[in-house]
Design a protein around this ligand. Structure first.
Ligand SMILES: *Cc1c(COP(=O)(O)O)cnc(C)c1O
Length: 406
């Protein structure tokens, strides 16, 4: 007989958890597709996808099958040995992208940490110790380790932790002239999100990406795309870079890759990847068979024309309705983003009130996200049912109608 679970509630969070988060008032206990149930049995519509993670919704049968099958075989074996799921996943990612090689880890921050270290090692090996500068964008987000918050363009995340990693320069996003002004022979990498996620679902302009590529080529700096949020079908392409046709030297991805099971990946060309040799970087859990088996199932399903075309069709359904809601209540000035990474930009009258929309949605049994204080973000399952889209947006409209009346 298993011991019964200790009864817990939201209030326990404030007593026993390190207070890095301020979770919603309810505690989810179960999910199926794009619906979630809380402790009281209330059913919510989930348009968050676990912050762009649950690409196939909750408890997708193929992912449950991949996880449980692998769980009965081999969970962890360490990187002293390799394993079949990791090899298959690497083969599939390499075959589907610009990359020749993959490095697996457990999160987006770890993937970026590996990417930044690899870029510096490449420059060190090829050009010597002066070429260390990493250029990134203001308001960018690359994770929460000390290196990745320092590269990220948000001082609120990097200040107050003592000396920072040196050699990082920030420039305004989508400003090619600003980038041109700082790239030099000292630059080892330029890192960009193809769509800035955390800071408001802001897509890069085509000319900006092309210009960044050309500047990197001119100075033998590496172009790193952080696709932790945009990768694995989220934008309607397997990776967002495919939409622009601009290829990076290194790409990082995580969130959607495991569909809810923790995994991250750094993909790189052979020319660059060869500068990590045995012992220069590593991980204990990275590339474990359990995570890789799930990610392989995710890739098999997501990297199909049905799913990727479905993302584009769903985008249109969301956009049409969100634009209507925005106009009817004067709440959104713009709907932006691609695929199922959608930002509803609050109009000047609503500026700073994304949290109010989040709270109002919760009262209507709807889960949405913020991307900064001025943008309501939706990042649902890529296979969300039409009925769930419509029901979710009905609830959003009710929530907004009440906010407007309040
Ligand atoms: C979420 C995110 C990260 C960090 O990923 P973690 O898994 O939380 O470490 C890095 N970059 C981008 C663009 C992200 O959206």
């Amino acid at each position: 007989m298993p011991t019964p679970h200790l009864p817990v509630a939201r209030a326990d969070f404030d007593q026993v958890m390190v207070p890095t988060f301020a979770p919603a008032a309810f505690v989810p206990v179960r999910g199926q597709g794009s619906r979630v149930w809380d402790q009281s049995g209330r059913e919510l519509v989930d348009l968050t996808g676990g912050i762009a993670v649950n690409v196939l919704g909750h408890a997708h049968p193929a992912l449950v099958a991949a996880l449980t099958e692998q769980a009965g075989k081999l969970w962890h074996i360490s990187n002293v040995f390799t394993n079949e799921p990791a090899l298959r996943l690497a083969r599939k990612l390499v075959d589907a992208t610009f990359a020749d090689r993959a490095f697996f880890c457990n999160s987006g921050a770890e993937a970026n940490e590996a990417a930044f270290k690899l870029a510096r090692r490449y420059a060190f090996d090829v050009h010597g110790e002066e070429k260390v500068e990493i250029i990134s964008a203001l308001n960018s987000f690359h994770g929460r380790t000390l290196f990745t918050v320092t590269v990220g363009g948000q001082p609120k995340y990097s200040d107050g932790f003592g000396p920072k990693i040196q050699g990082i320069t920030h420039v305004p996003y989508n400003d090619l002239e600003a980038l041109k002004a700082v790239v030099s022979e000292r630059t080892c990498a330029v890192v960009l999100e193809p769509i800035q996620g955390e800071s408001g679902i802001l897509p890069a302009e085509q000319a900006y990406l092309e210009g960044a590529r050309a500047l990197c080529d001119e100075h033998d700096a590496l172009l790193i795309f952080d696709e932790v949020q945009t990768g694995v079908g989220r934008t309607g392409d397997l990776f967002a870079y495919m939409h622009s046709g601009v290829r990076p030297d290194i790409l990082t991805t995580a969130k959607s890759l495991g569909g809810g099971f923790p995994i991250g990946a750094m993909l790189a060309t052979d020319r660059v990847a060869s500068h990590f040799s045995v012992g220069t970087h590593g991980t204990t859990y990275g590339g474990n068979p359990l995570a890789c088996a799930v990610a392989e199932a995710v890739i098999d399903i997501v990297n199909t024309p049905e799913v990727l075309e479905g993302v584009k069709a769903r985008h249109q359904r969301f956009r049409t309705r969100l634009e209507q809601i925005g106009e009817r209540y004067g709440i959104f000035s713009q709907i932006r983003g691609r695929g199922l990474l959608i930002g509803c930009v609050l109009s000047p009258a609503w500026k700073g009130r994304a949290k109010d929309v989040f709270d109002a949605a919760e009262r209507e049994a709807l889960m949405v996200l913020q991307a900064g204080p001025d943008v309501v973000r939706l990042a649902p399952s890529l296979v969300i049912e039409q009925a769930d889209i419509d029901e979710g947006l009905d609830r959003l409209e009710r929530a907004i109608a009440k906010l407007v009346d309040a």
